[in-house]
Design a protein around this ligand. Structure first.
Ligand SMILES: Nc1nc2c(ncn2[C@@H]2O[C@H](COP(=O)(O)OP(=O)(O)O)[C@@H](O)[C@H]2O)c(=O)[nH]1
Ligand SMILES: [Mg+2]
Ligand SMILES: [Zn+2]
Length: 320
């Protein structure tokens, strides 16, 4: 018998799969599916076959992925995929502590662009919002110019917090999550666990360490998991939390800033570094309004900072 299923938990060679009928079964994969750095990951749709004699299931085929969450193993020039079929990247930021930072948001946007996954942004801890520290309407229109929707919430209050600055609050966030398979990213302490727990109606707590099978000594593993919430699916994977961009090819970076790439087509020289003082650089040669200029240069600053960082470490020293 053959059936389709989605991988909801994976370790090296064993996979928990949820069948189209909603049953959860444990399966091993055919050897050729795991060769040459190929892997089966959380979120993958697979075809399972059951042996005639009993209850053992085997993954015999991997269904083509719609998207991949990955890093590049620089030395091998190979992708290391950690999750599949994710269609929403939820970037969480705090407006108080830790302080909101454009640079970090832009880093996550690089990943969204590289992975081909739609990003949205949550401004959390709005109960502690202080307009002298940051301007949420400016930040949200900066993101809107990049096609990124943002939401204003307080994870401590959930539904009972009413947005004051943006159109979108808790209800709109839930609306946007509906039916999606999402990954939440954000600095430590911004409120990911709190927000997810609230979104799940208290059913999910990501703080819990997942401990390996009882009886196997003190071995503790952190699994990648796909968690089904009432409204959407959540992918939780330890491999994606770091926001280091060390594995990004400096020559590809500009393509992950499509807004800047468009402007850069006007630069006089192909190898323009877009740094201040570059000859014929279209970033320093234009008739933008102050608002446009603020927008562009805040993005350019993020770009140049990342270029600096990814360009400095020789590839053989890069560890992922
Ligand atoms: N004031 C305030 N604190 C919050 C809010 N959301 C989360 N926190 C607190 O911020 C801290 C970090 O939250 P947590 O969910 O663990 O963040 P994570 O590291 O991103 O998972 C905890 O002490 C939370 O109680 C919020 O909306 N307002
Ligand atoms: Mg957490
Ligand atoms: Zn330039």
């Amino acid at each position: 018998m053959e059936i389709q299923a989605q991988v909801i938990r994976s370790s090296q060679r064993e996979f928990s799969c949820k069948t189209t009928e909603g049953e959860i079964v444990e399966a091993k994969a055919l050897g050729n599916l795991l060769k040459n750095n190929e892997t089966i990951v959380v979120g993958d749709f697979v075809i399972l076959e059951q042996k005639e004699d009993g209850r053992e299931w085997t993954i015999i085929k991997l269904v083509e992925r719609k998207s991949e969450i990955f890093r590049v193993l620089v030395r091998e020039q190979k992708k290391k995929v950690t999750a599949a079929n994710c269609d929403l990247l939820v970037i969480l930021s705090s407006v108080s502590k830790p302080a909101f930072k454009q640079g970090i948001i832009d880093r996550f946007l690089v990943r969204a662009s590289q992975w081909g996954v739609k990003p949205i942004l949550i401004f959390n801890k709005m109960d502690e919002y202080d307009s002298t520290k940051m301007d949420i309407t400016f930040e949200s229109s900066r993101l809107e110019a990049l096609g990124v929707l943002s939401f204003e919430i307080c994870a401590l209050m959930g539904d009972s917090y009413r947005p004051q600055f943006l159109e979108n609050g808790w209800n709109e966030l839930q609306e946007n999550l509906k039916g999606r398979t999402a990954i939440f990213l954000g600095q430590s302490g911004v409120g990911k666990s709190k927000t997810i727990s609230l979104l799940s109606g208290g059913k999910v707590s990501l703080k819990t360490k997942k401990v390996g099978k009882v009886g196997k000594g003190s071995h503790t593993t952190t699994w990648s998991e796909l968690i089904e919430l009432p409204n959407f699916k959540l992918i939780d994977s330890p491999g994606i939390r770091s926001f280091s961009l060390e594995d990004i090819d400096p020559n590809e970076l500009l393509s992950y800033f499509p807004d800047l790439e468009e402007i850069a087509t006007g630069c006089k020289f192909n190898d323009c570094s877009h740094a201040q003082g570059s000859k014929g650089c279209s970033f320093y040669n234009n008739s933008w309004t102050e608002a446009q200029s603020n927008q562009v240069f805040s993005r350019l600053q993020s770009f140049l900072r990342i270029v600096d960082e990814v360009g400095q470490t020789p590839f053989w020293q890069k560890k992922l």
